[in-house]
Ligand binder design. Sequence first.
Ligand SMILES: Cc1ncc(COP(=O)(O)O)c(C=O)c1O
Length: 472
Amino acid sequence: MSLPDKGRSTEELLAEITRLRRDDLPVRGGKVTAYVYDTGRPEVHEAAARAYFEMLEVNTLDPTAFPSVVEMEKQVVGAVAELLGGGWGIFTSGGTESIMLAVKAARDSGKTAGRPRMAVPVTAHPAFHKAAHYLGVVVDAVPVDPVTFRASPAAVEAAIGEDTVLVVASAPSYPQGVIDPISEIAAIAAARGVPCHVDACVGGWLLPWLREAGANVPPFDLSVPGVTSLSCDLHKFGYSPKGASVVLFADPALRRRAYFASASWPGYTVINATVQSSKSAGPLGGAWATFQALGREGYLELGRTTLAAARTLREGIAKIPGLRVLGDPESALVAFGSDEVDVFVLSDEARKRGWFLQPQLSYAGIPANIHITVTGVTLRGVEAMLEVIAEATEAARGRGPARLPEGLVELIAELDLDALDDETFGELAASVGVDLGGSGQPEMAVVNAVLDALPADRREAVLIRFLSVIYS
Ligand SMILES: Cc1ncc(COP(=O)(O)O)c(C=O)c1O
């Protein structure tokens, strides 16, 4: 874009945004089964949008300048603490930031002589790897049970060493939607004097409602002995606009370890609860309004429909020839794999039919699969979703697995990426039929098959290059 010489009208700008969003996936309606969370109640999203807008220009940087921020945050964090076993919290921009702060607090309270380490199940979200990377902590990967996909307490225990500052468990983990054995893992951590973080980014504002609606949900929150911190995203099953999460600490002293202050400069005093300094209070306003607009009754009703949809989906998928649900997910996340059809082709076939089903690569012995996040709006379209999955499965069977040009995987595995500029990388991708500059509905099966065939560190290098190319 070049900056226009003269300012343009709002109508013109909005028309242009509509044009820019032409190829975006829809954020409402339930046909996109990842990234977006739809209550199916436009009036709730409207309330959130208006409150967001109202708080948009308020800066959370200085709570003494904008006391509305403190009051709203206390109300939102208070509601989360009330549902999840108490504690002292911080409103953050998302799961990654909540996790970052929990890792920082644990690192800064750990009394290790050596480099701090944390025990992280392989199914835990990459936000832990990111936090480790940013904060200088080493990750000790913990295997999960190959059938249930839950972290094994014995493996967690084996991973704890002298320098372990944090043990992690998920409620649920994203890939298969299963809840790790939180009570056992937290007890082991406590016995070894190590803090334990429960990543309930997905489940924190979902599992209590599912439990109330009749699901069998084991204890997972701060009321479990040994759990010292917990993350709960409101922009997931809280149905708030993006930029909303809460991290809770069992102890105010631990929360203080997450804070940051600096007086080491001649400017204004800096005191931050979060990674970001200046930021809009819009997301806080949006989360606050969503809580108020839905209330207990609204969330419980969403829990009921979500539970019914997740059950229908699991049972329906199990009946489709060639597909199998992975594990026995207690939450609203469902993953399925296949020994008969290429799931990446299946995902492309679903997308052609207007549905986005998220492909997941194989990792740590877990096969490639398709992930679906069931939300409040899923139930009304669940039969249609099952029909599309069945059709896409048959279409994928007919097409056979994605065909990779001979030698491509070996070529990429051995490629010296540092010696290639972005343009050459883009040309190389185009030469094997992958258009990195394209828009619309991309066929991703070849890309996913290539990534799937590479080891994780190589996948990461290729993904970083991909990002660099699409932003060039
Ligand atoms: C279990 C879990 N933890 C953490 C995160 C990271 O959340 P965010 O994308 O809000 O940073 C996610 C995101 O999907 C998640 O599923």
